[in-house]
Design a protein around this ligand. Structure first.
Ligand SMILES: *[C@@H]1O[C@H](CO)[C@@H](O)[C@H](O)[C@H]1NC(C)=O
Ligand SMILES: *[C@@H]1O[C@H](CO)[C@@H](O)[C@H](O)[C@H]1NC(C)=O
Ligand SMILES: *[C@@H]1O[C@H](CO)[C@@H](O)[C@H](O)[C@H]1NC(C)=O
Length: 974
């Protein structure tokens, strides 16, 4: 690719022109024979567009565009969309050899050029543009920041999450200065405790957006949550979905991540379940960010009064809401204060300099900048993240200070913060702006899965690579860069280095949404009222039906040119697929659509991404095979058991996620496949499918459910072929294996114990399900590059720990066991586990001690283990003494298994842990989770929840440590 073009590709503000330019160039390069006579036009069009693009880029750097210039920009943009659609259509026809098309195309290109030229030639506008150009050139310094070389080189570099950031979001999520308000709030909550019949107490925290209310609430929750029998932390969006809120509370208080049947419950059933469960328990519930009092009576009704000193904490920006939730105890409204200068300064320096000091020449300017932040942590972190990505010179900082405004101007802190956020946005390189704007395609208050986001960016054409990097890698770099610039926040907790999920702060989302609408980038229905000009065509459409009553239907809108369509929740007003013609991306979540909705999907020949989640259809139409551009097919929680045979015609499919779907014949033809997740192999699967699988040279990731019974007569031929298939794949690019089997129905993975020849190249190996290896397989020792292992072994003894301890690159280890080899002590020897950072050990303190020799696990930062409340002895104390040997340990997660224990035993367990920890490990952060509380011993019939131990990768509820761990261990960076 010529370098100038590559630059253009990464630098277009709205993500329109870049794909067009790329496609025009491809057209030229391919020298289609049928292009004779059109080539010149294409060349001319490309040149014209390139010069427009250069101008658009400059315009993108100017904050307040003149109305006319804006109009001009909009016309270019809309024209570009049309040109792209047309090229795609053209290419398809050329590939299908349609001779008539050529003549039409010639006309089309000529007309496009004409339109562009007239657009450029309108004299008034042209002179305005010249003036703007002059302005831009004057601001020479400022333009240097958008240094194209910089942009190009930074995008070819892998960006990791800034190591200073976890310190902020994480271990001490105790953003500086939060201890005082936290302790004060805890006191407020405590008042009135100890009365034998103490009523529920509601405390409201009120304050501006960006003040850190959520962080404060999380802190309080983390600090005192475990003193309650059960607890929940739930975020409410501006338009609350009552069922969703109640479901979140129910999953959180019960600690059951896949509560059976929960999706089907209506409001009343959910309330009843909650009241029944909470009846005899002391609870603590945080409701974060309430916008109106409408939802409140329902929540109050579900959280029943049982006179056990329950506590409810709410946060809101609105004083009247705060008051009405506490009513009649208005004294329980806690007004959150801005950070003091000292603390704001500390936060600022910590983000930029980490442990180092602020250089003296920057002191003055930094205090000016801080004054503008008005003590709003969001403003402080945003500006600090911006500065952290720049050279630390006084010059540079002064320019930013001047941009935010004079420090002596008296402006409200909110408007200052908006300026700061706008500055952070404007400072993003163009390619990141586009990616960031795209977050407006997700509903408010949504936990966004990283992998999905990156694949959607790819489908939209926002990501380009050169120099052999994979698109995903570049996408992950962009994602990390947005985190580093504090435009998005990692959503999984603290210890999650990989940040597999993210969130957008609602103040920032407002900014993104307003920019997106201004650029006709996205149209949103459901979130808020927005207005559109009559000439606007929807290009990207988000329909958020989760709260139906308030959602307008896009009935009068022209959807034919929309390229992305994303919808959440069900509605009768769902647009039909036949309304669309140019879709590149479809994502549908939790909708009651039926099979026929997708019947003529084949018309959408440009589709690159099709994602369905919680859509209960039973089959995809045969027309799926027409989607020749499809790269991602993601089917989660659908009723689909078999894919159409035509699926194998999808030659460009890279990513196939289809849980519960059987491995199918012809998969060997899908040469582009890189990831296949959760396909089933059972005795009715032809063995040739496995053979074919072994031919996929691009395959990197395989998730498979092994359902061939050990007793079936041809079991051996299946296992032999499978083992050979993996070994063959390993010779290509294969690195990740995730395998499950159904133990209850007589299936096992015994055949993997003697795997020969071994899959030495594996980097991740994960076992799902309850199958345990009877001993550690010999091949494990040969996985010299493995970084993540999740294995079930029974029993575990010295040998297991010795072998695993020798794997040089092992960073994350989950070891599940229920049995320790008789007479063996579990010793982690001094040279063991030199790279390990995360250790999930599903063993039980009561089974015997775990001993860490000095020097073992020098990098271990996060350690998770489980205690069974029924049988905790004095063992904890010894363990904690051992943990003191671990120099990098920062965070302990303790899961308390409550099954069969009575309330007193659970309490004693906690007390024992806390007192042991206080003595020896006071510097550590410790989080407790109580699991299976619904199966505690009590007189009622305990609900036995089938499958509550299921550890599938679906759903994003953040309810317990375990779930967080699941996310950490099950979702892989590729
Ligand atoms: C949206 O518009 C309707 C009708 O104009 C109005 O009643 C409603 O309050 C508006 N909602 C928001 C969130 O602005
Ligand atoms: C795998 O590929 C080889 C070589 O390309 C071919 O000969 C063989 O038939 C393929 N096997 C299957 C099962 O498709
Ligand atoms: C481990 O990784 C290195 C570097 O990428 C590679 O050269 C080596 O072949 C790998 N070893 C195995 C067993 O795959």
């Amino acid at each position: 690719m010529p370098p100038t073009l590559a630059l253009a590709l990464v630098s277009v503000a709205t993500g329109v022109l870049s794909p067009v330019l790329g496609k025009l160039s491809t057209l030229l390069e391919k020298k289609y024979s049928s292009l004779k006579g059109v080539g010149d036009e294409i060349l001319a069009l490309r040149d014209e567009l390139s010069s427009m693009n250069a101008l658009l880029l400059k315009l993108a750097d100017i904050d307040d565009l003149d109305v006319q210039v804006k109009e001009w920009r909009n016309q270019i943009r809309e024209l570009s969309y049309e040109i792209e659609d047309c090229i795609d259509d053209f290419v398809r026809r050329v590939e299908q050899r349609d001779p008539d098309k050529r003549k039409n195309m010639k006309g089309f290109f000529q007309e496009s050029i004409h339109k562009l030229r007239t657009l450029g030639a309108r004299s008034e506008i042209a002179s305005k543009i010249l003036k703007l150009k002059a302005r831009v050139d004057h601001a020479g310094e400022r333009r240097k920041r958008y240094n194209f070389d910089g942009v190009a080189s930074s995008s070819s570099m892998v960006v990791h999450i800034d190591p200073r950031l976890p310190a902020l979001y994480a271990e001490s999520e105790s953003l500086v200065g939060i201890d005082e308000p936290r302790d004060e709030l805890i006191e407020w909550l405590a008042v009135g405790e100890g009365n034998s019949v103490s009523k529920v107490k509601v405390v409201s925290v009120v304050g501006l957006g960006g003040l850190g209310k959520t962080t404060l609430a999380r802190q309080v929750y983390g600090k005192i949550g475990e003193q309650f029998d059960c607890r929940a932390f739930v975020s409410v969006s501006q338009k609350p979905d009552m069922r969703k809120i109640l479901r979140s509370i129910l999953t959180a208080v019960t600690g059951i991540e896949h509560y059976p049947g929960i999706e089907g419950y209506d409001e009343e059933q959910l309330i009843n379940k909650l009241r029944w469960f909470l009846n005899d328990k002391r609870y603590f519930v945080v409701i974060d960010d309430i916008w109106s009092t409408l939802a409140w009576p329902t929540i109050r009704c579900a959280l029943l009064e049982n006179k056990l000193s329950n506590r409810i904490l709410i946060t809101t920006r609105i004083t009247s809401v705060a008051r009405s939730c506490c009513s009649p105890d208005y004294s329980n409204v806690y007004e959150m204060k801005p950070l003091s200068d000292v603390y704001a300064g500390k936060l600022f320096e910590k983000r930029i300099f980490g442990e180092d000091q602020c250089p003296s020449q920057l002191k003055d300017v930094s205090s000016d900048i801080l004054r503008k932040c008005g003590g709003l942590p969001l403003a402080v972190i945003s500006i600090a993240s911006l500065l952290a990505s720049k050279p630390c010179t006084a010059d540079q900082w002064e320019r930013y200070r001047n941009y935010i405004g004079s420090p002596f101007e008296d402006v409200s802190s909110v408007s200052n913060m908006q300026k700061i956020l706008a500055l952070s946005y404007n400072d993003l390189p163009h390619y990141l702006k586009t990616c960031l704007l795209y977050l407006s395609m997700f509903p408010e208050d949504f936990v966004i899965p990283r992998d999905q986001l990156v694949r959607r960016w790819i489908a939209e054409g926002f990501i380009s690579t050169y120099g052999g990097q994979r698109l995903e890698q570049v996408g992950y770099s962009y994602y990390n860069e947005l985190i580093n610039r504090s435009m998005i926040m990692p959503a999984t907790q603290q210890w999650d280095r990989k940040a597999a999920f993210c969130r957008v702060h609602d103040v920032i989302l407002d900014l993104i949404v307003s920019k997106s609408i201004d650029e006709n980038f996205v149209m949103i229905f459901g979130n808020n009222n927005h207005t559109w000009g009559p000439q606007d065509k929807a290009r990207r459409l988000l329909l958020d039906w989760r709260d139906q009553d308030n959602t307008m239907a896009p009935s009068s809108m022209d959807l034919s040119k929309a390229r992305s369509f994303s919808t959440y929740g069900s509605s009768e007003h769902m647009p039909l697929l036949s309304d669309f013609q140019a879709l590149r991306m479809i994502y549908i979540e939790n909708s009651s659509l039926e099979n026929h909705y997708f019947e003529d999907i084949g018309r959408l020949f440009q589709l690159k991404y099709l994602g369905l989640s919680g859509v209960r259809i039973s089959k995809l139409p045969d027309q799926i095979g027409e989607l020749q551009q499809l790269e991602t097919l993601e089917l989660r929680g659908t009723g689909i058991k078999e894919l159409s045979k035509n699926i194998v015609r999808l030659k460009k499919l890279v990513f196939l996620y289809a849980s519960n779907v059987r491995l199918f014949e012809g998969i060997g033809n899908m040469k582009a496949l890189q990831e296949v997740r959760y396909v089933k192999v059972d005795s009715s699967t032809p063995t040739t499918c496995l053979d074919e699988l072994g031919n996929l040279t691009e395959l990197r990731y395989l998730g498979i459910d092994w359902l061939v019974s050990d007793t079936s007569s041809d079991q051996k031929s299946y296992t032999d072929i499978f083992v050979a298939c993996i070994v063959r794949l390993c010779r290509f690019k294969f690195r990740y294996l995730n395998i499950g089997c159904d133990v209850r129905n007589g299936m096992s993975l015994d055949f993997l114990v003697n795997w020969s020849p071994p899959p030495c190249q594996l980097q991740n190996f994960v076992m799902r399900s309850g199958y345990h290896f009877p001993r550690i397989p010999e091949w494990v020792a040969l996985l010299s590059n493995v970084t993540l292992l999740d294995m079930n072994i029974n029993p575990v003894g010295e040998e297991v720990l010795r072998i695993l301890g020798c794997l040089p690159y092992l960073q994350s280890l989950a070891l599940n066991t229920t049995e320790i080899l008789a007479g063996e002590a579990l010793i982690i020897c001094s040279s063991g586990f030199q790279s390990l950072e995360d250790f999930f050990f599903n063993w039980n303190i009561s089974m015997g001690p775990l001993v860490f020799e000095v020097g073992a696990m020098p990098k271990l930062a996060r350690f998770v283990y489980r205690l069974v409340a029924r049988c905790v002895g004095s063992a904890c104390g010894d363990l904690y003494l051992g943990l003191q040997q671990l120099p990098s340990l920062k965070h302990l997660f303790v899961d308390i298994d409550c099954r069969g224990a009575n309330a007193e035993e659970v309490q004693n367990t906690e007390a024992a842990i806390r007192s042991a920890a206080d003595l020896t490990l006071s510097h550590l952060r410790i989080d407790f989770s109580k699991l299976w509380m619904d199966e505690m011993a009590k007189n009622d019939d305990a609900v036995s929840v089938e499958g509550s131990e299921h550890r599938g990768g679906e759903g994003h509820a953040e309810t317990s440590t375990k779930v967080l761990l699941e996310q950490h261990f099950r979702i892989f960076s590729v």
